[in-house]
Design a binder for this molecule. Structure first.
Ligand code: SAH
Ligand code: TYD
Ligand code: ZN
Length: 406
């Protein structure tokens, strides 16, 4: 029996197997090592609705809990991106007498703090306790719960309809999509908008960024698959916008069917996806072959450097790096430690491969000859602040879109 599509019950055809993988954000203490959780990470495409998705689900409470360690405000570029985004969302509901903005996956309040500062009624759904508490410290109103059909109905009952429902890097995390879209249908005002942005499958294929695939990233959206996904819920895709953040994303704007005319950008992106062959097995199998090539190149480079006695340090203990290190067999023998600014990750071991995570200051103490940039999506920001590394003779290793040293 092939796996079943979580959107339409169609048959899912697997095209890439990334093997046995740990929870990507489970940074471990020594005591955690014995009970580490693993699952099989593989991706397929629905032959009916074209949605690309994981073939195995990880239970949500194993990923999103009190100690979830990802803090959205850790990047200055992302802080700026979400401030700009919040202002744009506020402008879109400025004509309402008492607008209400809801965010799904509000994390540490990186977006809603701007909404709060504008004095606009808002609510964030954020199940992960400590990041939700960080938002509350900024005065952001947070419900420490998962958004779904039931919790959305309760908010509609107490607060009334939402003019804007926003989500960034969260909708693609949620396999129980029918409950989400039912919740949007219950909570959204008649002329409201549901806006979400997530890594774009077109960019993932174009850049061979296979590290975007991990437990938390369940769906890999295209304009075509999102259009089909929302149509069954009386909703319509009315706009798409490509974004440069996180290696290439798309922001999808959804309205109630017939409420707003779709922009030309929707048809244009769907046409571009057809030309790129994003739903064709030949393209997907080429992506799998490209992924295998990147793995071979990265393994060869790291092994050569080890033989030459050259130290390599990882930069950014990202969730994405769990896929790279576990798929490529990169342990502390090849990468001696990973530095990261997040206190919740420091002093711990990377999932599956058990590489120590150290504070960012460890990078310059002293600079290593080579750094493997796991947080490649933040390359401009990181290279700008780590100019001393290059000046010391250090070189960056990257693997997107292919392995290169610079
Ligand atoms: N929006 C932020 C955070 C993305 S990380 C940003 O773009 O940086 C994804 C977040 O979604 C996590 O904080 C996780 O706890 C939360 N999340 C996961 N499932 C959720 C659900 N069903 N409802 C609301 N939030 C959810
Ligand atoms: P990110 O790539 O945003 O997400 P994911 O974990 O989903 O792959 O993670 C960036 C990580 O890199 C995060 O742990 C913070 C860290 N980081 C630094 O250590 N220094 C920096 O300058 C930046 C921007 C991020
Ligand atoms: Zn389907």
């Amino acid at each position: 029996m092939p796996p079943i599509c979580q959107i339409c019950d169609g048959a899912v055809e697997e095209f890439l197997d990334l093997g046995r993988q740990p929870l990507s954000d489970a940074f471990l203490t020594e005591q955690d090592l014995a009970g580490e959780f693993f699952y099989r990470l593989a991706v397929g495409v629905c032959r009916s609705c074209t949605m690309v998705q994981l073939v195995e689900q990880v239970p949500r409470d194993l990923m999103f809990h009190e100690d979830y360690p990802y803090y959205s405000s850790g990047s200055s570029v992302m802080r700026e991106h979400f401030e700009t985004t919040a202002r744009a969302l506020l402008a879109r509901c400025a004509d309402e007498p008492d607008p209400f903005v809801v965010e799904i996956g509000s994390n540490d309040g990186v977006l809603l703090k701007t909404v709060k500062a504008a004095g606009v009624r808002h609510l964030g759904f954020e199940p992960s306790g400590k990041v939700a508490a960080a938002a509350a410290e900024h005065g952001v109103r947070v419900l420490t719960d998962f958004f779904d059909a039931e919790s959305a109905a309760a908010v509609q009952h107490n607060d009334g309809p939402a003019d804007v429902i926003f989500a960034a890097n969260t909708i693609c995390h949620i396999p129980y999509m029918r409950s989400i879209l039912e919740g949007v249908d219950r909570l959204l005002a008649a002329d409201g908008i549901f806006v979400f942005e997530d890594p774009y499958f077109g960019d993932i294929v174009a850049k061979t960024s296979f590290d975007q695939i991990y437990d938390e990233h369940f769906f890999f959206f295209t304009a075509r698959s999102v259009q089909a996904m929302v149509a069954g819920f009386g909703l319509e895709l009315v706009d798409v916008e490509r974004l440069p953040v996180h290696g290439g994303e798309v922001r999808y704007t959804i309205a109630r069917a017939g409420a707003r005319p779709p922009s030309d950008a929707v048809g244009a992106l769907i046409e571009a996806e057809r030309a790129q062959g994003l739903a064709d097995l030949v393209t997907l199998r080429r992506f799998a072959a490209d992924t295998a090539r990147v793995r071979a190149d990265l393994q060869a480079l790291l092994r050569r450097l080890r033989e030459e006695g050259q130290q390599v340090v990882g930069y950014g203990a990202t969730a994405k790096s769990a896929t790279v290190t576990n798929f490529c067999g990169i342990d502390s023998d090849l990468v001696s430690f990973v530095c990261d600014t997040t206190p919740a990750k420091q002093g711990r071991l990377t999932p599956g491969t058990h590489i120590p995570v150290r504070p960012a200051e460890a990078f310059a103490d002293p600079y290593p000859p080579y750094a493997l940039l796991f947080a490649w999506n933040h390359a401009d920001e990181i290279m700008a602040k780590e100019q001393g590394f290059r000046e010391s003779g250090g070189r960056w290793i990257q693997y997107v879109p292919e392995v290169h040293v610079s």
